[in-house]
Design a binder for this molecule. Structure first.
Ligand SMILES: *Cc1c(COP(=O)(O)O)cnc(C)c1O
Length: 387
């Protein structure tokens, strides 16, 4: 089955018995068993994959997990309460005191914060590497996991995933990847060698900015320590969020095609404005980055960052506040366009700011791209940045 066909048919196995198209929303804390044998058998099943107790899921979360495993071409999937909880479960369960963890610089801010606070408190050493580092030389005997996010948040660098995985696997080190930006439509992490793929399903998979959710995919073996950790720590996912994400999933492919078309149109027009000093968007990159882009992704999503020419605080404020179609807010992945002033964590840490401009992150939603470009153009004019 091609992916568009899959999207219509996966995750519907419990719908049939209800004579409905979509699976029912099952909310329960207590799971009741028809007899002792079924009760006992439930303990031989893998937790988070069959009904045992509400905390480890209901038919609704199992439907979403099986759908996501199919989309990611992975054996299994674990749903968690949000994207960050999926990341922290993966990192915590794969590092104990004394371990060394490799993470790319430029990761999602809260991921970096978790490493530098909680993991550090637990005696784990986190080392951040940048996109032109040789990961091979950084792996140590106590390296327990390599975590990458592609593209990196805000500055959007790509990494050579195939090479990182090859090196990691020579030392039996698992590789986890935050795959939220590419979605299963444009990015196939497991085919590049990634053991554990993570999605902030809050973003494109749900797609409507009305639910929080994380999804982790991989083989049973790779996900076993994570599953155990989630079970021991009382990780739980709301069936309502899973139901919404399953509904969002049906239109993931057509939404992504639209986000891609509109974003490409807009970044190309923005490139013609001298006030845009730089646009951080993988399809516009060059050299090795472009090569990585072309070999790892089959399409591009809606978030990108621009480096605006230097301007006064008043002009900058006026620009952001004059945007009418872009709401001011963090996050992305919904149907709506968003804007956010951005200072990447790693740049803040290293106290290196891009030359002189200000970084602004946009998310291009499903509105008409001409309206969106006009909105940006008007706001630039109104603020006096563009005269
Ligand atoms: C938003 C985001 C997350 C966190 O997801 P939440 O559901 O908000 O916790 C993780 N990774 C990336 C790349 C994100 O953009």
């Amino acid at each position: 089955m091609k992916i568009d066909t899959k999207l219509s048919h996966i995750g519907r196995s419990t719908a049939q018995s209800m004579q409905s198209v979509s699976p029912p929303l099952v909310r329960t804390s207590t799971v009741v068993f028809p007899n002792l044998k079924v009760f006992k058998d439930s303990y031989s099943e893998t937790v988070f994959e069959s009904p045992r107790y509400g905390r480890s899921g209901t038919q609704t979360s199992f439907e979403l997990q099986s759908a996501m495993a199919e989309l990611e071409e992975a054996e299994t999937c674990i749903a968690t309460s949000c994207g960050l909880s999926a990341i922290t479960a993966v990192l915590s369960s794969n590092s104990k005191s004394g371990a060394h963890v490799l993470i790319n610089s430029g990761v999602y801010g809260p991921t970096e914060k978790f490493c530098t606070t909680e993991l550090k408190k637990n005696g784990v050493e986190c080392e951040f590497f940048d996109h032109n580092a040789s990961v091979k030389s950084l792996i140590r005997p106590n390296t327990s996991i390599i975590f990458i996010e592609v593209p990196a948040s805000i500055t959007m660098e790509l990494f050579d995933i195939r090479e990182i995985c090859e090196e990691a696997h020579k030392h039996n080190v698992p590789v986890a990847c935050d795959s939220s930006w590419g979605t299963p439509i444009f990015f196939k992490p497991h085919s590049l060698g990634v053991d554990i793929s993570i999605h902030a399903a809050t973003k494109y998979i749900n797609g409507h900015s009305d639910a929080m959710l994380g999804l982790i995919t991989g083989s049973y073996k790779s996900l076993e320590p994570i599953r155990e950790w989630c079970n021991n720590y009382g990780s739980h996912v709301s069936p309502d969020s899973c139901w919404l994400a399953l509904r969002g999933l049906r239109t993931l492919s057509i939404r992504m095609q639209h986000h891609q078309r509109s974003t490409l149109k807009i970044v190309k027009k923005l490139q013609t404005l001298p006030q845009m000093l730089k646009i951080f968007y993988p399809p516009l990159s060059s050299g090795k980055q472009l090569e990585l882009w072309e070999t790892q992704f089959t399409g591009s999503a809606g978030p990108f960052t621009v480096e605006l020419c230097s301007c006064s605080e008043i002009e900058f404020t006026e620009f952001i506040d004059s945007l009418k179609l872009f709401s001011l807010g963090t996050s992305w992945g919904g149907f709506e366009s968003l804007v956010m002033p951005a200072i990447p964590h790693h740049l803040r840490n290293k106290a290196v700011m891009p030359d002189e401009g200000r970084l602004v992150r946009f998310h291009i939603g499903l509105e008409d791209p001409e309206d969106l470009f006009e909105d940006i153009h008007n706001a630039l004019t109104q603020s006096g940045i563009l005269s």
